[in-house]
Design a protein around this ligand. Structure first.
Ligand code: NDP
Length: 435
């Protein structure tokens, strides 16, 4: 706390892990007295750098770039890049810390990292995005590599940005390797990678519902966000027979009581991915829907809630509202979208609650599969990758059950994910000695 007191998001993420992992360490002699958690909270390396670029009016702009290389005990650093004006060291350290546990849970050999910039892509032209991405990579390239650190996308970084960054990396390094994931299909990308986080979140929730002999079929589902994760969580939920009622962005949310069906979702994908519009435009196209400005969708009555936008987007009061309205399952698509108060409220109410590090791990897992395909110089079919993704989400669910079972038979997925993630990394760190 003394060393990181000025980093609230990072402290929040560490506190959540410490609450469940410290009692486990105390009970297990091999971890006791080794300061393992203290070592895990200190990044192996934190790089901060200047990114200068020229905007369309010819003016020189300066942003700050980062890469947090958190832990490489079980594999090369792996984690996304975020471009958003709120990006700072605290947010990236919280994301990198969570990523260590998440990557460990996937069963694949990946360490944890995260990076990005306070650059705001909103309102920028394609050329400005390209110049920024190229400038960003002219520094980042010396710190990454397919066996060292393999970044991916996150908020504000999708296929377009990965393309620009990959192009510059290849030019500077003169090698064609799988140094970034989320690449385009014709140049090393994996099928299902764009869908993986959203689909994986729904697969995880499906596994949780199964423990109660329940499913998505006929359920009312509330989703926040309208970016990559939200879009594909909605697609899979619709496919499984649910009615998706809401989507949102930083301006507000739309609620469509008739349900956002496949055709309406296609409209949203075009609006957000190609035209880069606002979710409020949905009601112009579908006037029976309602747009609620400046609010989040948690007051809409639902059975299942999938927060898929950003950190701390669901607070204690909103959690209470969801519970009072009969919500039975919350599965986090975003990273740390629930505040500690919200998380404790869900746990107290005994509803199914999955923390992002377990339920949104499908994205990085499929990135891991992209790395394997790149190394093999092969492309697996859509069906093959989707089946591997489903299996991985089931394995993560099983690990959470193994380590998270309470005495009364109920499952604490937060405890389960934290301990299962911790054990693998801690064992590797112990084996490698004090380094
Ligand atoms: P996108 O950039 O594609 O979409 C982000 C969505 O969240 C947009 O609708 C955006 O609205 C909204 N949003 C962002 N910041 C805020 C904010 N401060 N307040 C309200 N709404 C906000 O990102 P992704 O879908 O990729 O990521 C969403 C979440 O999922 C993040 O927490 C990310 O870390 C996590 N995640 C993503 C993975 C992936 O594979 N992409 C993997 C694992 C986790 P607006 O357009 O108005 O900004």
């Amino acid at each position: 706390k003394e060393r990181n007191g000025h980093e609230p998001e990072f402290l929040q993420a560490v506190q959540e892990v410490a609450e469940t992992v410290i009692p486990y360490i105390v009970k297990h002699d091999i971890y006791h007295g080794k300061n393992i958690l203290l070592r895990m909270v200190e990044p192996e390396r934190l790089i901060s750098f200047r990114v200068s670029w020229v905007d369309d009016s010819g003016e020189i702009q300066v942003n700050r770039g980062y890469r947090v290389q958190m832990n490489s005990a079980i594999g090369p650093y792996k984690g996304g890049l975020r471009f958003h004006p709120t990006v700072n060291a605290s947010i990236l350290k919280f994301l990198a810390f969570e990523q260590v546990f998440k990557n460990s849970l996937t069963t694949l050999p990946m360490g944890g990292g995260k990076g990005g910039s306070d650059f705001d892509p909103k309102g920028k032209s394609d050329n400005e995005i390209m110049r920024f991405c190229h400038a960003f990579m002219t520094e980042l390239y010396r710190h990454i590599g397919h066996n060292t650190d393999v970044p991916a996308g996150d908020i504000g970084v999708g296929a377009r940005e990965i393309g620009f960054m990959f192009g510059m990396y290849k030019k500077l390094n003169n090698t064609f390797t799988g140094v970034l994931t989320g690449k385009g299909q014709s140049w090393g990308g994996s099928l299902i990678r764009p869908e993986a986080t959203g689909y994986g979140n729904v697969y995880f929730a499906e596994n949780m519902l199964k423990t109660k002999n329940d499913s998505f079929n006929g359920k009312r589902v509330v989703i926040s966000g309208s970016g990559n994760v939200a879009q594909f969580a909605a697609e899979k939920a619709i496919e499984l027979g649910a009615t998706v009622l809401t989507l949102s962005d930083s301006g507000g949310y739309i609620v469509d009581e008739d349900g956002i069906n496949t055709e309406k979702l296609e409209y949203v994908m075009d609006l957000k991915n190609n035209r880069r519009g606002r979710i409020s435009e949905y009601v112009t196209k579908y006037p029976s829907a309602k747009y609620v400005e400046g609010e989040r969708p948690w007051s809409v009555k639902c059975d299942i809630a999938l927060p898929c936008a950003t950190q701390n987007e669901l607070n204690g009061d909103e959690a209470k509202m969801l519970i009072d309205n009969g919500c039975i399952c919350v599965s986090e698509g975003a990273n740390m979208p629930s505040t500690p108060e919200a998380m404790h409220a869900f746990q107290k109410a005994g509803i199914l609650f999955a923390p992002g590090k377990a339920s949104n791990a499908g994205g990085v897992a499929t990135s891991g599969l992209e790395m394997s395909q790149n190394s093999l110089r092969l492309s697996w079919s859509r069906k093959e990758v989707d089946e591997r993704l489903k299996d991985i989400m089931e394995d993560i669910h099983d690990s959470c059950v193994k380590y998270g079972k309470n005495d009364d038979g109920s499952i604490d997925y937060v405890k389960g994910a934290n301990i299962a993630g911790f054990v693998k990394v801690a064992d590797a760190m112990l084996a490698q000695g004090v380094i």
